[in-house]
Design a protein around this ligand. Structure first.
Ligand code: PGA
Length: 278
């Protein structure tokens, strides 16, 4: 059954949304509005859990895409009394090897972009450790999985998407049931990262990433993509068949996934192919 995209009836009157392959697609005119919407959802979940005396378990992402979400969470903390004392975080990935104080480390990124500016307890922050010795990586990755389970599982996982279709650093060829592990990065991913490392030859070959299966165990998944350069992979991820050649297609099966896009990232999608089968 086909449906037309629906105008959402709330404060953001420029949202268009529809469902395709089980993915709720939400398109905003501007990345800033999309980011604020996701930050508002996260803040609401944190407050709801706090009211119930519970922790809120967030899966967090790095890269340029989520920066505005973090900026808005910081604003909500400063100006609207949002506390993150009850928040436990698990980041998706880290380059390997990587020292936490290195300029490109995701530990440093998260501190600078979010954690240093809110009241989260340092004990509640988990980021894959890029300093683990190679002989301990497998054991370490299992401990990361166990820590997520012990915390009660991830309530909301934030994702970006790479031009390869990776989520976290689950590159093409990743299995649906994969768990946290050491992976080899694709050339496209390394090329996109090379500017941060001062050239491709200095860009890491490896990373530790949560697996596709780890991500799929999250109760809600919100994938953000902004800009025309993401439009082709967004189109393949939403409208293509499930395939290990585009790992983001594994999200079709999840049941509570939204792709939150700006109009440029959504420009190759075809809303008239929407379905309501999920
Ligand atoms: P970006 O990276 O947010 O910097 O575009 C996204 C990703 O590779 O997952």
């Amino acid at each position: 059954m086909l449906i037309q995209p629906t105008e959402k009836n709330d404060d953001n009157d420029d949202i268009v949304q529809w469902v395709r392959n089980g993915i709720a697609v939400r398109v905003f005119g501007e990345a800033a509005d999309a980011s604020n919407s996701v930050a508002a959802e996260i803040a609401s979940l944190i407050r709801q859990r706090a009211d119930d005396g519970e922790q809120c378990i967030l899966g967090l992402a790095t890269g340029s895409t989520p920066v505005r979400v973090y900026r808005e969470l910081i604003r909500l903390h400063r100006e609207e009394n949002l506390s993150m004392k009850n928040v436990v975080t698990f980041n998706l990935d880290e380059y390997f090897p990587m020292k936490p104080n290195a300029a490109q480390s995701y530990v440093r990124f998260m501190n600078e972009q979010l954690f240093d500016h809110v009241d989260i307890s340092p004990d509640n922050i988990h980021i894959p450790d890029g300093t683990v010795t190679p002989d301990r990586v497998t054991e370490y990755c299992q401990q990361y999985e166990d820590a997520i389970d012990t915390a009660g599982g991830i309530d909301l996982q934030l994702l970006g998407i790479g031009r390869t279709g990776h989520v976290g650093f689950n590159e093409p060829g990743s299995e649906q049931a994969s768990t946290t592990r050491l992976v080899r990065l694709c050339e496209i991913t390394r090329t996109d990262a090379a500017k941060d490392f001062g050239g491709l030859e200095k860009t890491p070959q490896l990373a530790i990433t949560m697996g596709v299966g780890t991500i799929l165990r999250s109760r809600r998944i919100r994938l953000l993509a902004f800009g025309e350069h993401k439009s082709a992979i967004v189109e393949r991820s939403v409208q293509g068949a499930i395939s290990d050649s585009v790992p983001a297609t594994y999200l079709h099966d999840h049941g509570n996934v939204e792709f939150v896009l700006d109009s440029a990232a959504a420009s190759k999608l075809n809303p008239s192919t929407a379905d309501v089968s999920h």
